[in-house]
Write a protein that binds this ligand. Structure first.
Ligand code: MG
Length: 236
């Protein structure tokens, strides 16, 4: 089935977002561990554990997407507590350095922006549906000059709700003048992007950007799986 319109996620779909995080946390751990009197590996491992705790927490993760600076501070605080470190100012400094540096290190996936340009040139209406705070999401849209490709842009923090809320997908369909069965939603998050879209009858395309394949017992069964949007050929 060839879609008439496309809905796209931003982070880890068009832009490489998660990839820089592991590297950066480990760099910050190595830099600060000696002064804290803790091993760099111990601090890096605990930060990994605390990130996982935070981002899989049903309440905190929802709050954190709209307050990334606060989220990182809470993660480092959690790690410091686990390691019995009592230097809250250093913890906050590490968290804020992460927030400021991470955004600057985000890059577009190879060929992703060219693909948007190609779809746009072919007359395929596109909508961007991104969760998160407008300050961060709009800054990335501007930095990569993405607005020109989209007929409509939906940012969670501007709407007051985000994917997988069906209102996001219905709003995008309405903005593009399309029915659900004419649309594909393309994103890396199985729950928010794929499951959310499928719930309203949109074809769900999963971007497996890590190339790890579906987890055991996935929350959604994608209609199609790619490792990058550059691979997608409409009509193929
Ligand atoms: Mg994403």
């Amino acid at each position: 089935m060839t879609p008439r319109v496309l809905l796209l996620d931003l982070d880890d779909t068009i832009l490489s977002y998660s990839g820089v995080a592991d590297e950066l946390w480990h760099e910050l751990a190595a830099e600060h561990a000696p002064a804290l009197g803790v091993g760099a590996d111990a601090l890096a491992n605990q930060l990994d554990t605390s990130r996982n705790w935070y981002w899989t927490h049903p309440v905190l993760s929802d709050e954190g997407r709209l307050d990334m600076r606060g989220a990182r501070r809470r993660i480092v605080q959690h790690a410091f507590e686990a390691l019995a470190l009592t230097a809250p100012a250093v913890g906050q400094q590490i968290a804020d350095r992460f927030t400021d540096t991470r955004e600057a290190r985000v890059e577009a996936f190879p060929g992703a922006v060219d693909k948007l340009a190609q779809w746009r040139a072919a007359g395929v209406p596109l909508a961007l549906c991104t969760n998160g705070h407008p300050d961060f999401q709009r800054a990335k849209i501007e930095r990569f000059d993405l607005e020109q490709y989209f007929a409509a842009i939906f940012v969670e923090g501007e709407l007051g709700f985000g994917k997988p809320d069906p209102r996001v997908f219905r709003g995008a369909l309405e903005a593009l003048g399309a029915q659900a069965e004419e649309a594909w939603m393309i994103g890396d998050n199985l729950y928010r992007d794929v499951h959310g879209a499928q719930e309203v009858g949109i074809h769900g395309v999963w971007v497996d950007h890590r190339g790890r394949g579906l987890p055991d017992d996935p929350i959604a069964t994608p209609d199609r799986i790619v490792t990058a949007i550059a691979e997608i050929e409409l009509g193929a």
